[in-house]
Design a protein around this ligand. Structure first.
Ligand code: SF4
Length: 721
């Protein structure tokens, strides 16, 4: 393959540029992992605009995981009691096509479903939408991004008229005040955090406020840490808004000219006086006032959030009430300011752009909008009415449909729901009852492969060419630079082959991912996420580019257009939004709190999260010795006062019970967690530890708007084993 390549880190949504070099280079010793196996060398790509050469431990060690535990050949079995047998691609694909046709005849299109992933490249996502929503007639495509950032999507869409983070990373160095809410950025988005922290350290007037029930590494360096009671974010935001109103530090001109619904919002926040809010949030009154003062006195306020906001039964309301603060103070559309959601996965953003959730279509179209459905029908050459303006099943709903028999075909790709879904024991039982599950993944075994009838080996990042978009809307081409193992194939190619075998020969006649991308960008023309000036060739030659990017190429004014794009790094700089009247919308929400608050039977709040080194369910990072050494075992954080009550000592085993399940973790006694709350990391599934599945405890109650489950909080009881 190639000598070296520039690509994007395949882990988190920060999207750092990587430069990879082959194991053997002239005049240098061969690069090897700790077991002596030659591996590709990885370093930060200094030319990448988002990361300028910086990487964290995950990016730096990614090449160590690429050859471990790989699924190399298609495998099949007739029932879960049998062992897998190796089969040809032809046999596996024919079995899939036959099953799809049978389900179409017996159950109709909605008997089919696919559960994809933010690990997909944009081409994979696009082909899946075209096949399922365009040609098979079902909107039952959802992705694990539902668990990650669908509340941000819903919040942006409802407040601004369309999805899309309006900020860019440069804002980290231009802000006067950063509010980080429900995000342990130092561990989960380290390169973003380092950039902000550097700015914060160098400028004493710059303030950093962290809102998190845990004293995380992020909170440790903040000027103000608000350890609010879990589930009281809306109280806090409405309380800050109340003070801003009281002090008159709002932008009435902007509110009058550029927004709607302020009176209803003003009425709601009148019910959030600071004394009440401090009590509800269980924080000091003067800390609340300090936070509001920081916001009021700063010219440019940037808010950053991730799962702590999104994974909530009122996730959309949280996002929108935070956006309200930006609107009332006109902290949007200017450098150093804005509401900035940090995406969890490397291409969750590309998935949004390609329509990769059950409620959206490519080009930031919304599935319940008949006009948007008609546009995609026309684009795909489908008869009018073939895309129903009705959302499909979410991932959790697919599991319920397996229980009721409403789904006869489930295709899972590049994700591990047997660890990552809420109420995971019920999920595992539902998967066990599935009549036909295809599992397409790079790795084997995983916890989910146990429930598959057909295994399809996927070529992963580094073995296929495709595009990924990071949190600041920068699109990077990730080239194939090594051969896939065995018979592994790219996800988009497998989906296209199934499309052709189903008889849609012309629609799925793609010879390369560049052709898939070329088709996709056409349907984004004129949309908020306009990609129409992008192509694989252009990205290869010009490097990463940020959308919107409608500038055609090649053109005589190429350089000028590039410059135009460079200075247009933020959305809404003209203060016109994507709503029909161009005005942003205030949202008037009261706080509802947790879906499952603690009570006398289950007196503790369990919160879950991620660690610096590990990625999701460890299919990659679990095989990297350095990372395993960093985080060898799961644990539960308990406040010393609670530990004393239950006679729990450091490292003693604690049994944790919720209404759904039980798990056991060694205790880590620490004042970093508030009394009454406990924390466990979410990375350990059944393959890595006995009985330490965090999601055996969590519940699936979701935000009614974004349908994102409240993975961040549930009620539990503790017992020393
Ligand atoms: Fe990769 Fe995220 Fe680390 Fe950057 S911060 S190197 S994208 S895991």
């Amino acid at each position: 393959m190639t000598n070296s390549a520039k690509t994007l880190c395949p882990y988190c949504g920060v999207g750092c540029g990587l430069e990879v070099l082959p194991p053997a280079q002239p005049g240098k010793p061969t690069n090897r992992d700790s077991q002596g196996t030659p591996i590709w060398q990885v370093r930060g790509d200094r030319s990448h605009p988002s990361s300028q050469g910086k990487v964290c431990v995950k990016g730096a060690t990614v090449s160590e995981s690429l050859d471990k535990n790989r699924l190399k050949y298609p495998m099949m079995r007739d029932s879960l009691d049998e062992s897998f047998r190796r089969v040809s691609w032809d046999e596996a694909l024919e079995a899939i096509v036959h099953r799809i046709q049978t389900v179409l005849q017996t159950q109709g299109p909605d008997g089919l479903s696919m559960y994809g992933s933010g690990q997909f490249q944009t081409e994979d996502y696009y082909i899946a939408q075209k096949l399922f929503k365009g040609f098979l007639g079902t909107n039952n495509f959802d992705a694990n991004s539902r668990l990650c950032m669908s509340s941000a999507v819903a919040g942006y869409t409802q407040s601004f008229g369309s999805d899309g983070p309006p900020c860019c990373y440069e804002d980290l160095e231009l802000t006067d005040c950063a509010f980080l809410i429900g995000t342990n950025t130092a561990e989960c988005h380290p390169i973003v955090f380092n950039r902000l922290r550097q700015h914060h350290k160098q400028n004493r007037k710059v303030k950093m406020v962290v809102v998190d029930p845990r004293r995380t590494k992020t909170a440790e360096v903040a000027d103000l840490h608000l350890a609010i009671k879990p589930g009281t974010d809306i109280d806090l935001f409405n309380g800050i808004a109340h003070l801003l109103m009281r002090w008159g530090t709002i932008d009435t001109y902007f509110i009058d000219e550029c927004t709607q619904n302020f009176p209803a919002y003003a009425e709601v926040i009148s019910h959030y006086p600071p004394e009440l809010v401090a009590r509800n949030c269980e924080i000091r009154l003067d800390d609340l006032e300090t936070a509001a003062k920081y916001w009021a006195k700063s010219e440019r306020v940037l808010s950053l959030w991730s799962m702590g906001m999104n994974q909530s039964s009122e996730g959309t309301a949280k996002v929108r009430t935070l956006i309200n603060l930006h609107l009332m103070t006109r902290n949007i559309g200017k450098p150093g300011a804005g509401p900035f959601s940090l995406t969890g996965q490397p291409n969750a953003m590309g998935g949004r752009e390609a329509g990769g959730l059950a409620n959206i279509l490519p080009g930031y179209r919304v599935i319940t909008n008949p006009q948007h459905c008609a546009e995609m029908e026309q684009f795909w050459g489908r008869p009018p009415g073939s895309i129903r303006p009705q959302r499909g099943l979410t991932g959790v709903e697919m599991m319920r449909a397996l229980e009721t028999g409403d789904i006869g075909f489930l295709w899972i790709a590049a994700t591990n729901p047997a660890v990552s879904m809420p109420d995971v024991k019920r999920t595992q039982e539902a998967l066990r009852r599935s009549p036909f599950t295809v599992y397409q993944d790079a790795y084997y075994p995983t916890e989910t492969s146990e429930y598959a009838h057909i295994l399809l080996p996927a070529a992963q990042w580094s073995e296929k060419t495709g595009v990924m978009t990071n949190s600041e809307r920068v699109v990077t081409l990730c080239p194939e630079f090594r051969d896939p193992p065995g018979e592994a194939r790219p996800d988009w190619a497998v989906l296209a082959e199934v499309g052709r075998r189903l008889g849609f020969v012309e629609a799925f006649r793609f010879n390369s991912s560049a052709e898939v991308f070329a088709e996709f960008v056409q349907c984004t023309e004129g949309r908020p996420c306009d990609y129409s000036g992008l192509s694989h060739d252009r990205l290869r030659q010009q490097g990463p580019l940020q959308w919107p990017y409608p500038y055609q190429w090649p053109s005589p004014e190429g350089e000028e257009e590039k410059e135009q794009n460079r200075t247009n790094k933020r959305l809404y700089t003209d203060l016109r939004f994507n709503t029909p009247d161009g005005r942003a919308r205030f949202a008037a929400y009261h706080s509802k709190g947790l879906a499952e608050p603690p009570d006398t039977d289950y007196p503790f709040i369990l919160t879950t999260g991620r660690l610096y080194g590990h990625w999701h369910t460890q299919t990659r990072t679990g095989h990297i010795p350095k990372i395993r050494k960093m985080h060898p075992t799961p644990f539960i954080e308990i406040h010393p006062r609670d530990a004393a009550r239950f006679k729990i000592e450091e490292n003693s085993l604690v049994e944790v019970r919720s209404r759904r399940g039980v798990a056991r973790f060694p205790a880590m006694i620490t004042e970093a967690i508030a009394p009454g709350t406990v924390f466990v990391p979410m990375h350990w599934g059944a393959l890595w530890a006995d009985d330490a599945e965090a999601n055996a405890l969590t519940h699936p109650i979701a935000c009614p708007s974004s349908l994102q489950p409240e993975l961040k909080a549930c009620a539990v009881q503790l017992e020393k084993v």
